[in-house]
Design a protein around this ligand. Structure first.
Ligand code: SAM
Length: 204
């Protein structure tokens, strides 16, 4: 992800929305991230109820909807939600698009999802929110549900995007998730080579 802007307080809803209004979306690959396509080809993703937090324009939402997943995309920026809603209509695909804060998902989402899949969301939130991210992910996933994530290792100070190390992932997730797989994926697009941890984390 290219940096939106360095800030030590983190980004709020209005900051993200400005990027959609000005078309400055350096993080947006314009396609589903290749490591996820690979996981699908290797049959490591099983169709079921799926939530994608901070989904942006939703390339992953479209890809999974196309492949028979029952997908819910969540983003609190209207620009993201509008773009994804339009793409779903244009492609004749079905998915639920929620315009809301991931951390405030109501209890109707508790234990509802077989899969949570994301990229460039954990790195987009302020590090002080990481525990809340883990709590929310653990709450909405079914027992044995899978978190499939591309965690961005910027190797830099500040953010967003905020650097994510393997130690950060183990520190935050080990008490509620079993880390089944964690490696720098060789399948990243060129500009993210050696910068993405592919994590497959199973809800305990
Ligand atoms: C860096 S962008 C990544 C978008 C998408 N995952 C992608 O890779 O194209 C981060 C997204 O997270 C959204 N976001 C940030 N904090 C959020 C929150 N607390 N709840 C919901 N969405 C949030 C922003 O609006 C933005 O669309």
């Amino acid at each position: 992800m290219d940096s939106p802007k360095t800030s030590d307080k983190g980004y709020g809803r209005d900051d993200w929305q400005k990027h959609y209004e000005t078309g400055d979306m350096g993080w947006d690959l314009g396609q589903v991230a290749p490591p996820f396509v690979r996981l699908w080809d290797e049959k490591k993703l099983v169709p079921g109820t799926t939530l994608i937090p901070g989904c942006g324009r939703g390339h992953e939402v479209l890809f999974l909807a196309q492949n028979g997943f029952q997908v819910t995309g969540v983003d609190f920026s209207p620009g993201a939600v509008d773009a994804l809603t339009r793409s779903l209509q244009e492609k004749g695909l079905q998915a639920e698009v929620l315009h809301q804060d991931f951390f405030e998902l109501e209890d109707q989402h508790d234990s509802k999802y077989d899969l949570m899949l994301e990229q460039t969301f954990f790195c987009a939130i302020h590090p002080s929110q990481r525990s809340r991210y883990v709590e929310t992910a653990a709450r909405i996933l079914k027992p044995n549900g899978l978190l499939a994530a591309l965690f961005y290792a910027t190797g830099e100070e500040g953010g967003p995007p905020y650097d994510t190390t393997a130690a950060d992932i183990r520190h935050h997730f080990s008490s509620t998730f079993t880390i089944e797989h964690l490696e720098k994926t060789p399948h990243s697009i060129d500009k993210r080579k050696d910068k993405e941890w592919l994590g497959l984390l199973r809800r305990k």
